[in-house]
Write a protein that binds this ligand. Sequence first.
Ligand code: ADP
Ligand code: MG
Length: 599
Amino acid sequence: MTPKEIPCRIHVLSPATVNQIAAGEVVERPASVIKELVENAIDANARSIRIEITSTGGTVGTLRVIDDGCGMSAAEAILAFTPHATSKITTLEDLHAIHTLGFRGEALASIAAVATVTLTTKPRASGAAAGTRIVIVGGVVRETAEVGAPEGTSVEVADLFFNTPARKRFQKSLNTEIARIHAIMEGICLAHPGISFRLFHNRAEQLVTDRTSEALDTIARLYGSETANTLIPVESVLPFMAISGYISRPSLSRKDTSRIYVAINGRYVSSLVITNAVKAGYATLLPKDRFPVAFFDLRIDTALVDVNVHPTKKLVRLSREKEITEAVRDAVRSALLCHDLIPAAQAPDSLPVQEQIFPGVHEPTPEYSLTGPDPVSVSEPTHAGTALSDRRLRQTELVTGLAPVSPALPPLEVIGQFGGIYILATTGNGELLVIDQHAAHERILYEQVARWAGAELRSQELIVPTILHRSPKDAAMLRELLPALAEEGVVIEEFGSDAFLVRAVPVIFGRLEGTTVIDDLVSDLVTSEPARTVTDRERITRIIACRGAIKAGTVCTQEQCQRIVNQLRLTQSPFTCPHGRPTMIRFSRAELDSMFKRT
Ligand code: ADP
Ligand code: MG
């Protein structure tokens, strides 16, 4: 056979086809078009950006982004639609110092390949009388003209995906698309408080932010000033990065991470490592399955940030990731440490009658609800009607010398105990605190176990070691945890197949009556899912604190209550138990007066 007889199956794709294929990576849906166009406007140094969406019959019609940025000359405008044409980088080295949102030169070419695009532009301060209009349909230039135009750029996208029917069929409902556009715009607005954004859908204004130098103004604009006012500022400057942001108090939390906004060098990104670092900063202030609301603006040395991971640039790769995440965690932690975190009782008139009488912890629900509906529930040991021995309480007293220099709580005077569960106390300035005795004691023990210095302090040998039998599966899990348990003062040895010998327990357990406490502790350990964000030692510490703490239903004398309250004052984080539930709720005199209609 001569080569001529074989038909050649391979050919180079036409530029139009190449662009349509490439478009799939950048332009997935209407929201990606908005993102790319708005980012271009930001890169053009726009001060105000207007987004207009029209829809008819349940589908997106046109998308238009208008900016007052630098604009383009006629020659630039044509080039802008050529694949890999960009004004933002020249060589690969430039990528290591990228200060713009775009740099791949793909977006306009990709969008134009799958839609009808009309670009109208005029360079800023050029003195030119006319601007340029270009119409491109499916990648083919249909019209270029001189037109009267304001300075800046307007890009209108119509008939999106008209020539890629598979992609078009794949589109979700109009509401879903609009919601995605909102989500993207929120991230962009938060990352750029210095730009004013206005978003319209069928001429109805849907989102507005004003130019401001204060990120908090933008947060208030988007989520309500009530939420914004409860946030705590976070500020930290390191040689290679600057952190600024706002985080929620532990009383405002969510069931997922969707309200943790992170901008790195002006780019709204999704970063699991940063999100985890923020959560880690809360340590025990939040339950493991709850997440804070947080807004971060991170300025990181551009050499450490690789944004060229994915065409949409939503993901970033960080060099010196460990230092960066630790800095974020520490900044969150210290911001929380210097704020008063006691949840206040809710104002009465907004609550149902029953809750007016028994106020609980309520999360504010602004227009854009930041909070999940699911309440935090933690099972805790209860113990009806037993009394607490002074000896037991003394054994659990905080080791001195570890107390914070300036306690977060003012001195408290105990009034009494209620229901064997709550300690009632007053502060000097006329506030009433209702304190959950189990949660409070748990916090005290937790900090003790976590901070105790010498191992001999933690552990007491049992005169008669007790034997534990476990199922093979539990035994296997327990075996893994033995070294970590020993570190925390629980000394357990293997004793034949699936049996264990308990030799020593933490001092805070007091004199053991039977093996129940230790048995419960081991059960907690093997049954609770190992949490991703928490180490085994941390888990063990929390369980020891929970099992060692006085139970709800334990009757305490006034002196004993006072002791607990005094110890609580000496802890670093007196406002929540190690599971993140509140230890106390506060009623101010004014709030009580208003509940009794005395105002
Ligand atoms: P990239 O943003 O990655 O450079 P694009 O395809 O999004 O690629 O845009 C190509 C070029 O067109 C940009 O580099 C920029 O010079 C120009 N451009 C796009 N949009 C605007 C705009 N709104 N204002 C001014 N110039 C723009
Ligand atoms: Mg771009």
